[in-house]
Design a protein around this ligand. Sequence first.
Ligand code: ADP
Length: 771
Amino acid sequence: MAGFGWFWKAMGGQSGRSQKKSRQIVAKASQAQEELNRLSDKELADKARSMVSDKKITDPAGFLAVLSVASQRTLGLTPFPPQAQACLRLLAGDVIHMATGEGKTLVGAMAATGYGLMGHTVHAITVNDYLAHRDAEWMRPLVEFFGLSVGAITEKMTPGERREVYARDIVYGPVNEIGFDVLRDQLITRREDAVQHGADVAIVDEADSVLVDEALVPLVLAGSQPGSAPQGKITELVKNLRQGTDFTTDDDRRNVFLTEQGADKVERALGIDSLYDDEHVGTTLVQVNLALHAQELLLRDVHYLIRDGKVALIDASKGRVADLQRWPDGLQAAVEAKEGLAVTEGGRILDTITLQALLHRYPTVCGMTGTAVEATDQLAQFYQLKVSVIDRNKELIRFDEADRVYATMKQKNDAIVDEIRRVHATGQPILVGTQDVAESEELAAKLAEFDIETNVLNAKNDWAEAEIIAQAGEYGKVTVSTQMAGRGTDIKLGGADERDHDRVAEAGGLFVLGTGRHRSSRLDNQLRGRAGRQGDPGSSLFFVSLEDDMVTTGGAGEDITANPDQFGMIDSKRIRDYVEHCQRVTEGQLLEIHSQTWKYNKLIADQRIIIDERRGEILDTDAALESFRSRVPGRVEELEATVDHGVLVQAARDVMLYHLDNGWSDHLALLDDVRESIHLRAIARETPLDEYHRIAVHEFKQLAERAMEEAVDTFTRVRIDNDGAHLEEEGLARPSATWTYMVNDNPLSSNGNKLKKAVRLMFGGSPVAKD
Ligand code: ADP
């Protein structure tokens, strides 16, 4: 992605050196401010514009000084030097590493304003609705000071409202809504129905979460079509299967494998010969696997909740209900069946895009987060982005205690309760980061037994979440949260208004307690970073047990000896190093999964771009009608005699787009199937990805040809009059309803696991070929 290399080249620097240069610019900008104070608002705004020529900033120091003075006048905030530095690095197209509470919102708005003044359209991308709205309203005076316009996209907006907001210079919006709008815009049949018109800069808040953790979450646009639900009989049947004999699960409990004995049982119960017959491999076996997966691996209150008679997914990375998310259709239905709920009808996937592909659409991407350094490799590998570390305005005085490692989970949990009781007695506010909703509730219940009242943060809406987090710094408060809940809200000591700041600071500031190390140290640091904002006192401490998921997954197969004390605690550097080692292993696994999965997704993303270009041509020109003219000139002539030209052009467009979109939707479904079965097909050749590419490229070529043939066929048959093409008469209507969702941590199809299970079984339990 382009960034603003020209700027740093002009400064003669590489990344490290350019940081030094930016510091000099910041120093110069500070000096320039005093003089600027004398200018009127209008003079200031004009001055900023005069410093931009040909989409470049001619005087960075002066420009920064103007932005600072404007911020002071409009928001009452004088940017600290590190904020000015951060703004420069954003304008250079970097991801900045800036700690919690250092004021990233202002930095992002200054950079957005800078890009806006350079004539760019900017999307300021947030992680949720609440933050998009909050940030846009908070920063509005600064943006408008320069005569630029700003707005926020939120979930409930109508297309008309969205169109109006997207037309502004700077648009704040949650990443999923922006993505859904891209998908919907790729299905329009008239240009004026589009809500977006492209943007050239994305400034991504919580950049590591969006660009790395959630990068491969597909946003899906689906259209109504009745689907096939798994059979109730199968759901009942898997309840009688026994772990160990009928099926096994892998160590990190991500996959479940039917054993031969289990398969026999299923076959007998269903009265079929073999689950692996052609007839059953793609249907019954898949359903059995789905039902078993739902039964064994998806736990109520850990992976999902039942709310209002519906399955509500818990977002694994945020630990709260993800309203828009669902599992891939079959699995969603399997969980509904397991819980005895009404099974929802499946739909037809019309289009999908991953966040990574979405962000690749912007010529310039930059962003900010408190944990960018830990994501340096991913940001470079997947986005060619560099990380700039921004110094803290005030020195960090947080005390990070060494991990406390216990032999068993039970011993760890007891120790956690003891520690919370001890710290709570001192009045120090405590923020506990747990791994999932069930854990947070169990902990809260246990603390209640000791008369410790807690605020439990999970399954709430973004706004309530922000409220609770804002109060987490009050004297004596205990807040139990799931991972990353309330990201983006700053915890101030002594309450949101800092009324009681000094008393809390005296008690030691915020105490952050992690109930387990995450699979990536980045997430640990996010949690730690909640304490010690803006030079405040604070401390952090993580508890670990050798039975924790991260440890068993990362250290699989390794023998460790330890000498726990009477409480199960193992106070040894060697063991703490071992925990670190396990985490590096799990981090490596995550990176590997990301890079493998992206290889599959990248191809679809590239093909999507080609489709989009083709659509653009059809939407904006007479290409469709002219294509028909060259193939069926007689038909075109005949229609031209009676149908108005403009109407005919649109009718041709509607026909062509119908078949193109339909073809694309079929293509996606086919690729999904291919991806799931590729391990079967390619097992002999052991190059699933190459095989997948070969098929995808071949099918894509056919898509174009087939769509054209079908379109010509429809065009000759369908009734076209001055009301347009009557596609519905041919049963070719577009879906009457569409809806959007995110596919959460696709446990089945992402790596072809579903059929891997079958493979494993067919070869009598022998190891599966590695991808
Ligand atoms: P972050 O996103 O980096 O955690 P925020 O943008 O939420 O931080 O800002 C944290 C707090 O710091 C906010 O209350 C904001 O008003 C305050 N703040 C930011 N910049 C300044 C500044 N230059 N001067 C005074 N207060 C500031």
